[in-house]
Structures are given as C-alpha cells and as structure tokens.
Design a protein around this ligand. Structure first.
Ligand SMILES: Nc1ncnc2c1ncn2[C@@H]1O[C@H](COP(=O)(O)O)[C@@H](OP(=O)(O)O)[C@H]1O
Length: 258
C-alpha cells in the first residue's frame, strides 16, 4: 500500500462525510431543533467514516469522537483518528461555515496523512497537496480563539504581541483559517481530545506552520488517553514571540500558583 493512497483516502472520506452533512443539514434544519440536528449529523458522519474505513482499511484501528472501531489499537500502530463533525454547535446554527470533518491516519504516535473538509465553504485541505499559506496580510496579527470557551489568558498573550482576537467555532476551521491566511495563529487551552486536532494539525504541519503544545512541546497522538487539552498553531515567524508570551502568562503557570 502506498502512502499516497492514505492521503487520497483521507481527502475522499472527509469530502464524502462533508457532503452527507450538507445534505442532512439542508433536509433536516427546518424539522428539528439544533441539538437534534447536531446529534444526527455526528451519528451519520461517524457511521459513514467507520463503514468506509472498515471496507478500505480493514486492518487499521479507528478512534472516533464517537467510539473505537475496527481491530484493537496496537502500540504505535496504524490508527485512523477521526472527528466526524467538529464544531457541532456551529453546524446546527443556520448559515455558519465554521464546522469541519477530520480524517487523520497516525502511526508511531504521529500524523502520517490527513484531511480536513470545510463542507460549507466547499473546501477540502489535505496532506497530499497541502496549500501554501499566503503572505501575511497587513495590520495587527489575528489570533483565532474558541467562540464559546476562549481561554482567559489569551487577552494578555494577544496584547503582548499586539494581536487582535478572532472568535470562531471548530478546531478544524480555526486551524484551516491559519493555513488559508485568514488568521495568523490559533491558541487553545482548557480541554480537547486527539480527534479535535489530529487531522488539521497534520495539514498545518504539511503546510509549513508551527504546531505544538502551549509550552512548546510536541503534540503526540494515539496515546492510551486521548485527552490533549491545549495547542498552538501559527505562522512560523510568530512561534517565538507567541511561545515567549505564553511562557510569561497564566497559560503555562502551574495550577494554583499566581
Ligand atoms: N474545554 C473543553 N473540553 C473538551 N472539549 C473541548 C473544550 N473546548 C473545546 N472543545 C472541543 O473542541 C472542539 C472545538 O471547540 P471550539 O469550537 O470551542 O473551539 C469542539 O469539538 P466538537 O464540536 O467536535 O464537540 C469542542 O467540543
């Protein structure tokens, strides 16, 4: 099996799940409430991805936001880490485009191939043909943060580098915004799981962006516990100033200290 096939499969499955979600959203949004729409989307996209991976990669394990599937995970073996619908809340709000489908293949605790679909924007970003981030736009740097749960310390970090904050839903949409040059960085803390970041982190790395934990250490995938609560994605030239600002902020201060 060629590695190229994995890039291609990730992109195809992310696109197919995205089309399924677009169709479901169109058909059901006038019939059910937002919570039901999100739950139906999550379930439909999960089912599509798990069935497709069972048919196309029967020897690989699958770790989805909605449970494990396929053979048991082997230490450092091949595992598809998928988030069928990232930004469930935004998916259920009419007209919003900040939601995504994540499909990643990890091996040796690293992402080998991945794709992020942004169905409502008609885009699929993948590691087989990673986009080159455009030149930085003029003006203050823009830092994407969670729309619903922005970390408290982000204000002081943004101020330290003269940046403005841009609230947005979905980890995949925020990392894609850095890849596409809509923003310059994404800072997250307080909680997340491996499926929230594996696929977009693969694409961001392939596009030459900086990716790490907030203390600068590497993001490691396919650990027994999928909790991966914080991350930084940014243009390479912002890594040093942002990591310095983060190291001086509450972001990396041990809990309980001031
Ligand atoms: N504190 C936290 N604990 C657990 N998951 C979190 C979290 N903050 C954000 N997330 C998850 O990260 C994804 C992006 O969040 P946000 O839009 O706030 O940036 C969402 O995934 P899902 O939409 O797949 O549930 C959300 O649930």
């Amino acid at each position: 099996m060629k590695a190229d096939d994995d890039h291609e499969l990730a992109a195809r499955l992310a696109n197919e799940a995205g089309q399924c979600l677009l169709e479901l959203r169109e058909r059901r949004q006038s019939e059910v409430d937002g919570k039901t729409l999100g739950d139906e989307g999550d379930a439909a996209a999960h089912e599509l991805l798990v069935n497709a991976l069972a048919a196309q990669r029967p020897h690989d394990a699958v770790l989805s936001e909605h449970g494990e599937a396929g053979p048991a995970r082997e230490p450092a073996g091949r595992v598809w880490i998928v988030d069928p619908l990232d930004g469930t809340r935004e998916f259920s709000e009419p007209g919003r485009t900040d939601w995504a489908v994540h499909v990643a293949l990890a091996e040796g605790h690293d992402v080998l191939a991945s794709a992020v679909a942004l169905p409502a924007r008609g885009l699929v970003l993948d590691t087989g043909a990673p986009p080159k981030p455009p030149a930085r736009r003029a003006g203050a740097p823009r830092v994407a943060v969670s729309r619903s749960r922005p970390p408290e310390f982000v204000g002081e970090v943004a101020a330290a580098i003269g940046a403005e904050q841009v609230p947005m839903g979905s980890a995949g949409a925020k990392i894609a915004a850095v890849v596409l040059g809509d923003v310059d960085a994404y800072v997250h803390a307080g909680g997340q799981y491996e499926w929230d970041s594996a696929a977009p982190i693969g694409v961001a790395r392939a596009a030459g962006l900086h990716t790490s934990r907030l203390d600068g250490s590497p993001l490691v995938y396919d650990r027994p516990d999928p909790w991966l609560p914080d991350l930084l994605v940014c243009r390479a030239e912002l890594a040093e100033p942002l990591l310095t600002a983060l190291s001086r902020s509450a972001a990396t201060r041990p809990e309980g200290s001031s």
